[in-house]
Unconditional design. Structure first.
Length: 557
């Protein structure tokens, strides 16, 4: 089970959905600026009274199929299960200590299951009281066992409605349904609504800000899969194929990853002015894997063969065609090497291949058109363009966030600097394009901030969180920003060992960085201050998919 969860952590939730422009009157309007209710709010009905209810919401008819009390860590909830027509299932927990806030979680992988394990029983870290909580399966159900259900795409082969729900519709309609149920149960709609997601959920957060700007007051989008087809169809396939020999076996093996990682740290750790066992900014690293090449004709545990050097270079560079044209904006970041196990480098034969293969066979191309697979995919601009007809529906690459800003919305983006599944370079590319479109960095930071978290792997997942820092939660800072107007200048990241916090480090709003004061423990966040970047940000990566930014999505429903 631990190995299985490691693979889940390596791949992360990887869903592909594009939210769309909501017709007037359909989206839940953001509420005026005021504090969320600080104390328990009485209910207007009993939990059992919700069972069997139908909410006739335009375009989102909702059915409550079951209700019942549940307890966790001393908190009592009314657990509501239901669906939005045709098949978007959701679970909503309504706490007895409700304070007027609603928090919706993003989906994982290709969805198909409920992730109630993501729910906190009580919000902590400066967020008082309890929130109403919701999660959805994004419109389809997989019968495969966990975690294989997260990679199952067969449901999408010939079902347009299921694809629409997954690509863009489900998070929006679940937010509408949940708010109506909350209104019925407590007597009033939420004072504040928040969305928190990573990977697939991160993409969903961005699509909500771009296409449904009135659904949520505050959004967290971590390690987002917002490049959809280019990521899931091209990048993941490149990760797998780059490490296959002529017989289909791996060239780079797991035993070589730790020596490679240590060599990268030796070359780049101190580039930020502090040797602390982690790389703050992978873009500042200029490591050459040939520097750890084995002597000619040998293969030792502490070095790379010529073929392995080639593989490592390909993984760092990211996918290109035969002419060297980029097919995705980024590659594996320096410092992520030990996280490659289970992604591009097999662990007991397992890699990211099942997810990429499922995407190419069942989701990546229009229904009825020829599909592809990891084995058959060709790395060409033409094939990237062929994916666009379908996968642009699931992109979250819109750069015009004027309506979200005007509604008072606040967006926190974050990315683990050692993310082994989704290159942080692609999120930095999007963020710089965003500020260039929205009046510059200073103006954009008034409503959208980015945090690059050193040493953290994909989504700081439980079984593969990071090689030093391994925990990061921007939710308390988002709540303060939305409700008190206090924009988060920093978020404290942690290194946890067996549940105990052994180190902390401030992560400042990008492009600022943490600078050590020169005295005190380097594992104490209090000994760091904000400093400007060592070099001006130059994150825009021109690639064959430049035309995908701001490609209109389908009509909302």
């Amino acid at each position: 089970m631990r190995f299985t969860m490691r693979i889940v952590a390596a791949l992360g939730g990887l869903v592909f959905a594009l939210a769309v422009l909501a017709p007037p009157g359909l989206a839940q309007q953001a509420r005026p600026a005021q504090e969320a209710r600080p104390a328990r709010q009485a209910t207007a009905m009993q939990c059992a009274d919700l069972a069997g209810k139908t909410l006739d919401l335009p375009g989102a008819v909702t059915h409550v199929t079951s209700t019942g009390p549940t307890q966790e860590n001393g908190t009592t909830y009314c657990r509501v299960e239901g669906y939005v027509e045709p098949h978007v299932r959701f679970v909503l927990r309504l706490p007895s200590t409700y304070n007027g806030r609603y928090l919706q979680y993003g989906c994982d992988g290709l969805c198909g299951i409920f992730r109630e394990d993501l729910f906190p029983s009580r919000c902590t870290g400066g967020v008082p009281g309890d929130m109403a909580l919701a999660v959805t399966d994004d419109g389809h159900h997989s019968d495969l066992p966990f975690p294989l259900n997260l990679f199952d795409g067969k449901w999408a082969a010939n079902d347009r409605a299921a694809r629409d729900d997954y690509e863009f519709r489900a998070p929006h309609v679940v937010s509408r349904a949940s708010k109506e149920i909350i209104k019925a149960y407590y007597g009033s709609a939420p004072v504040r609504s928040y969305f928190k997601g990573c990977s697939t959920g991160g993409r969903e957060g961005l699509l909500l800000a771009q296409r449904y700007p009135h659904d949520f007051n505050g959004i967290i989008a971590g390690d987002p899969t917002n490049y959809n087809g280019a990521l899931n169809g091209v990048y993941f396939t490149w990760m797998v194929r780059s490490n296959l020999d002529g017989k289909g076996g791996p060239i780079l093996t797991q035993d070589k990853l730790s020596p490679l990682h240590q060599a990268v740290l030796k070359a780049c750790d101190a580039r930020d002015g502090l040797k602390d066992g982690m790389i703050d900014d992978p873009a500042a690293c200029t490591f050459d894997p040939a520097s750890v090449a084995c002597p000619p004709g040998t293969d030792r545990p502490t070095c790379l063969t010529p073929a392995q050097v080639t593989v490592v270079r390909k993984l760092y560079a990211g996918p290109t065609d035969a002419k060297g044209r980029r097919l995705y904006p980024g590659g594996e970041p320096y410092g992520s090497e030990e996280g490659w196990a289970g992604a591009s480098v097999p662990v007991n034969g397992a890699t990211v291949s099942p997810l990429a293969d499922s995407f190419l066979k069942y989701l990546g191309y229009p229904i009825g058109k020829p599909a592809s697979s990891v084995a058959d995919f060709t790395f060409t601009v033409a094939e990237l363009n062929r994916l666009t007809a379908e996968t642009s529906r699931g992109n979250a690459l819109g750069l015009d966030l004027r309506r979200f800003r005007q509604a008072g919305g606040k967006l926190i983006m974050w990315h683990g600097a050692a993310d082994q599944s989704i290159p942080p370079a692609s999120t930095l590319d999007y963020y710089q394009r965003l500020w260039e479109r929205n009046g510059g960095l200073a103006r954009t930071r008034q409503f959208a901030r980015m945090f690059l978290v050193p040493a953290v792997y994909h989504c700081a997942a439980e079984f593969l969180p990071g090689y030093k820092l391994n925990a990061f939660d921007p939710l308390p800072g988002l709540v303060r920003w939305v409700e008190n107007g206090q924009a988060p200048a920093k978020v404290i990241a942690e290194q946890r060992d067996a549940g105990k916090v052994v180190a902390t480090r401030p992560v400042f709003a990008y492009p600022e960085r943490a600078r050590y004061l020169g005295t005190g423990s380097i594992d104490d966040a209090r000994n760091f201050v904000s400093a400007p970047p060592l070099t001006p940000p130059r994150n825009v990566i021109h690639w064959a998919g430049d035309y995908l930014y701001d490609v209109p999505g389908p009509v909302a429903r």
